[in-house]
Design a binder for this molecule. Structure first.
Ligand code: FAD
Length: 475
């Protein structure tokens, strides 16, 4: 790969964007080079901030001509390091943040075309202004961008009812590695005319093309919403409660989150104004039910579920939200859970999923395994139980050395992932592979999967200039 650090190449790339949007000074580039967990520190000769698809295409044409590595960056909330340029590799960052416009909204057709750099929160606001919702919801929604969400096939808290990002995309506009623009911005629910090419780019983490716009699927806002915060004795009790809630609410079950007692303790300690809605318990569940009819119907379903769960001994105690602001308070506890772990020292993360029926056994086995291997460590599992997806995070022993604990990241991963594999689970459930898990993939994917992935990569990015070394390594 050629180095763009030559002044000539830097100025050729810089000339492709408007003045002031080619950043070379360290202070200007700084925020594009660190990520949320502080695990990756990047280095780049240049950050480019194109204003439109044409400028992105011009950048990739020049990158293709000169063999220059390009790292697309959205809101920089990714948790696997894919968006951070590798030190010493001279990768150029292309930030999509200025492609932030709504192109069109069609409430009748329940669709909306937006540019890739729109923050997810702005997408929500635009859908709501048109009397619809865009249901993808993550704790990072104020910063992450819709292009990044699609590139990572983001999950979040509403997958149970609405699916991953993949299920909410009707069409895409993508700039290919050679600079050509693929216009796949169709808004059709049904289109079996050949291969569904957009699916290749969804979840490809910037390794196959740069997404510049998307046609999104909108939904009607449910008329009713109810939520309960429930303390339970064990993950098995939570699973029984899940089955009960799903039977009662069907597709109206829009959230079912599991939180360990320790994850909640951290939230109460570090989130300003946080208050526990029930008495302390070993585990908690947040249930959210939506109704197409009314709040009272949603409330009735929640109360019916809780009555049955209490009688069956699944729920120890429950608090039902009395207002929408109390629903938001319950979610604030859950959404704050990733952030508060920072204040408890080093935390080693695992974004895993197993078949939902195996979750209780998985949690039991994994918690026992990490405590045996790392005496004093503090497992802090929480996550999207309804999807079988748990963030199995492990905090350092109290008072121990942060750096020494984090140095054992791979060892800890090996312990947890061995248990995950025993349940035929995934070691990259919703955050993706990026740089953090690229070496893991070889262990967990069958050789034919890896071969097919490699052939796709070579076909769409023959020079290997898009996010090299992320997701899959090429020779
Ligand atoms: P970035 O971080 O900028 O990039 C992520 C990857 O996508 C990189 O490989 C990058 O190169 C590529 N990329 C970005 N934009 C484009 C584009 N336009 N075209 C091609 N490639 C592109 N994730 C979940 O799935 N579920 C959660 O519940 C969740 N909760 C989170 C909570 C917190 C507090 C935080 C910090 C993160 C959370 N995440 C979650 C992870 C993260 O928010 C998602 O992965 C998100 O989709 C990343 O979007 P982004 O715009 O920040 O992308």
């Amino acid at each position: 790969m050629k180095s763009p650090s030559t002044p000539d190449l830097v100025s050729r790339f810089s000339a492709l964007v408007e003045p002031g949007h080619a950043l070379v000074e360290a202070a200007d580039k700084a925020r594009y080079l660190v990520e949320w967990r502080d695990l990756f520190q990047g280095e780049t000769p240049l950050v480019l901030r194109p204003a439109n698809t044409g400028e992105v295409a011009a950048i990739l044409r020049l990158a293709h001509e000169t063999g220059t590595a390009i790292v697309p960056q959205g809101g920089n909330t990714g948790l696997v390091g894919g968006q951070i340029p590798v030190p010493g590799q001279q990768e150029i960052v292309v930030s999509l943040e200025r492609l932030d416009k709504v192109r069109s909204i069609d409430p009748l057709g329940n669709s909306m075309v937006v540019e890739a750099g729109m923050p997810l929160a702005a997408v929500h606001a635009a859908a709501e202004a048109a009397g619809r919702i865009f249901p993808l919801t993550l704790a990072s929604l104020g910063s992450c961008q819709i292009g990044g969400n699609i590139a990572t096939n983001a999950g979040g808290t509403a997958v149970l009812a609405y699916g991953n990002a993949r299920n909410l995309v009707l069409g895409l506009e993508v700039v290919l590695a050679d600079g050509r623009v693929w216009d796949g911005l169709r808004r059709l629910d049904k289109d079996n005319a050949g291969y569904d090419l957009k699916q290749l780019f969804i979840g490809s983490e910037g390794t196959l093309g740069i997404i510049t716009a998307a046609a999104l699927r909108l939904r009607h806002r449910p008329r009713g919403l109810a939520a309960a915060f429930v303390s339970v004795a064990s993950p098995k009790a939570a699973l029984d409660l899940f089955v009960r809630a799903q039977a009662a609410a069907g597709f109206g079950l829009t959230g079912f989150e599991l939180m360990s007692g320790l994850a909640m303790e951290f939230a109460l300690r570090h989130l300003a104004g946080a208050r526990l809605p029930t008495s302390p318990a070993p585990w908690y569940v947040l249930i959210e039910v939506s109704s197409s009819l009314s709040n009272s119907e949603a409330d009735a379903i929640v109360l019916d579920v809780l009555a049955g769960a209490t009688a069956a001994g699944e729920a120890v105690e429950a608090a039902v939200a009395q207002s929408l602001s109390q629903v938001a308070d319950f979610w604030r506890l859950r959404h704050g859970m990733s952030e508060v772990q920072k204040y408890e020292g080093g935390s080693i993360k695992h974004d895993v999923s197993v078949p939902i029926g195996d979750l209780p056994a998985f949690l039991d086995e994994a918690m026992t395994a990490v405590v045996e291997a790392f005496p004093g460590c503090r497992p802090v599992p929480f996550g999207h139980m309804g999807d079988g997806n748990i963030h199995f995070n492990v905090s350092q022993p109290e008072g121990s050395d942060r750096r020494a604990f984090l140095a054992r990241w791979n060892e800890m991963n090996a312990v947890v992932h061995r248990v995950v594999r025993g349940y035929a689970g995934s070691v990259a459930a919703e955050h993706g592979v990026g740089r953090l898990k690229v070496d893991l993939l070889a262990d967990v994917k069958p050789p034919l999967d890896l071969e097919l992935m490699g052939r796709l990569k070579d076909a769409l990015d023959p020079l290997g200039i898009l996010n090299p070394g992320r997701v899959i390594r090429r020779p």
